[in-house]
Design a protein around this ligand. Structure first.
Ligand code: NAD
Ligand code: UDP
Length: 312
C-alpha cells in the first residue's frame, strides 16, 4: 500500500484520481483549498478509512510523509484561471516549489499536471513534446500558460539539481463526469445550453479545433506515467488525437441530446488557439497507452451526468 498525496483532489480530474488510486488499494490524501473543486466530488469516498481530506492552499508550505504526489492543484478553465490571474501564477509556481521541496525532503516521486497550453497557439500540428510552443507571455491566458511552463522548468531543475524523481504529463482538453457545469469550458457550456434549450454559443466561426479526451483515459495515462521507471521523466503528451472543430462538437451535442437549441456565433476570445491535437507517439511507445473512449461515448456519459446533477 502506498500513501499518495493529490493536490487539487476535490477537483474534476483530482476526484477521479482519488477514486481510482483508492480502488487500487492505496492510502490517499486529498489536499485542496476548494477554489474550483467541491467536497461533493469526493463525498462518496469519505467512508473509506484510507481516504483523508486536508483543506490547504498549495501556495503555502506543507509537510507530510508520503510516497507519491500528484500535483493537480490549479484552476483549469479560462474563466476560473483569469478570475485572479496573479493567484493562478502563484498556485502554479509556488505550488510547484512547495510540492517539489516536499518531494525532495521525503524522497517522494512527484507528477506534475502540465498542459497542452504550454504549446500556446501552436504553429506545428500535431504537437510533439519537442515543440517549444508559441505562447503570448503577456496575454489573458499567460497567467496559466506561463505558470505551467515555469512549473515544468522547476520540475526539470529539481530533478537535475536535487535528483527529485519527477514525471511531467502534458494533459490535453479533458472532459467527463464531475466537470463543473458553469466553468465556461466548451463541453460543459454546450451540454448545459443544449439541455436547457438555450442557444449554443460558438466563439468565432467554430473552425478552431480541439482534441477531447474522456477523463477515464486520462487517469489511466497519468497513473501509467507515475509507474514508469525513474529514468522516465517526460514531458509526455496525454490526450486523444481525434480532432474536432468546435462547430462539429456543437452539432454532436445537439444530436445526442436531441435539443432544439440554435447555434449562435460570438466574438472569439483573445489568443484563443486555432488548432490543437497531441502527437501521442511517446505515450504509445513508453507507456503502452492510448485513449480508448470515442467522443460520442464520452459525451453520452457526460450528458447523463449533467442531466442527473442539474435535474434536467
Ligand atoms: P479543477 O478546477 O476542477 O481542479 C483544480 C483543483 O485544484 C480544484 O479542486 C481547486 O479547488 C484546487 N485548487 C486550485 N488552486 C488551489 C490552491 N492554491 N491550493 C489548493 N488547491 C487548489 O480543474 P481540473 O480540470 O480538474 O484540472 C486539474 C489539473 O489538470 C490542473 O492542474 C489543470 O491545469 C490540469 N489540466 C486540466 C486540463 C483539462 O482539460 N481539464 C487540461 C490540461 C491540464
Ligand atoms: N468555446 C466556444 N463556446 C463556449 C466555450 C468555449 O466556442 O461556450 C470555444 C473556445 O473559444 C475555444 C474552445 O471552445 O476555442 C475550447 O474552449 P475551452 O475553454 O473549453 O478550452 P481551451 O480553449 O482552454 O482549450
Amino acid at each position: 500500500m502506498k500513501r499518495i498525496l493529490i493536490t487539487g483532489g476535490a477537483g474534476f480530474i483530482g476526484s477521479h484520481l482519488c477514486e481510482r488510486l483508492l480502488n487500487k488499494g492505496n492510502e490517499v490524501i486529498s489536499l485542496d483549498n476548494y477554489f474550483t473543486g467541491a467536497k461533493s466530488n469526493i463525498i462518496h469516498l469519505l467512508d473509506n478509512p484510507y481516504f483523508e481530506l486536508i483543506r490547504h492552499d498549495v501556495t503555502m508550505p506543507f509537510f507530510i510523509e508520503i510516497d507519491e504526489i500528484y500535483n493537480m492543484a490549479c484552476p483549469a478553465s479560462p474563466i476560473h484561471y483569469q478570475y485572479n490571474s496573479i493567484k493562478t501564477i502563484k498556485t502554479s509556481v509556488m505550488g510547484a516549489i512547495n510540492m517539489l521541496g516536499l518531494a525532495k525532503r521525503i524522497k517522494a516521486k512527484i507528477l506534475q499536471a502540465s498542459t497542452s497550453e504550454v504549446y500556446g497557439d501552436p504553429k506545428i500540428h500535431p504537437q510533439p513534446e519537442t515543440y517549444w510552443g508559441n505562447v503570448n507571455p503577456i496575454g489573458p491566458r499567460s497567467c496559466y500558460d506561463e505558470g505551467k511552463r515555469c512549473a515544468e522548468s522547476l520540475f526539470v531543475n529539481y530533478h537535475e539539481q536535487n535528483n527529485v524523481r519527477i514525471k511531467i504529463a502534458r494533459i490535453f482538453n479533458t472532459y467527463g463526469t464531475r466537470m463543473h457545469p458553469y466553468d465556461g469550458r466548451v463541453v460543459s457550456n454546450f451540454i448545459v445550453q443544449a439541455l436547457n434549450g438555450k442557444d449554443i454559443t460558438i466563439y468565432g466561426d467554430g473552425s478552431q479545433t480541439r482534441s477531447f479526451q474522456y477523463v477515464d483515459d486520462l487517469i489511466n495515462g497519468i497513473i501509467k506515467l507515475m509507474e514508469t521507471p525513474d529514468s522516465i521523466t517526460g514531458p509526455i503528451n496525454i490526450g486523444n488525437p481525434d480532432e474536432f472543430s468546435i462547430k462539429e462538437l456543437a452539432e454532436k451535442i445537439i444530436e445526442i441530446t436531441g435539443s432544439k437549441s440554435k447555434i449562435t456565433f460570438e466574438p472569439l476570445p483573445t489568443d484563443d488557439p486555432t488548432q490543437r491535437k497531441p502527437d501521442i507517439s511517446k505515450a504509445k511507445e513508453i507507456l503502452k497507452w492510448e485513449p480508448k473512449i470515442k467522443l460520442e461515448e464520452g459525451l453520452v456519459k457526460t450528458i447523463e451526468y449533467f442531466k442527473e446533477t442539474l435535474s434536467l
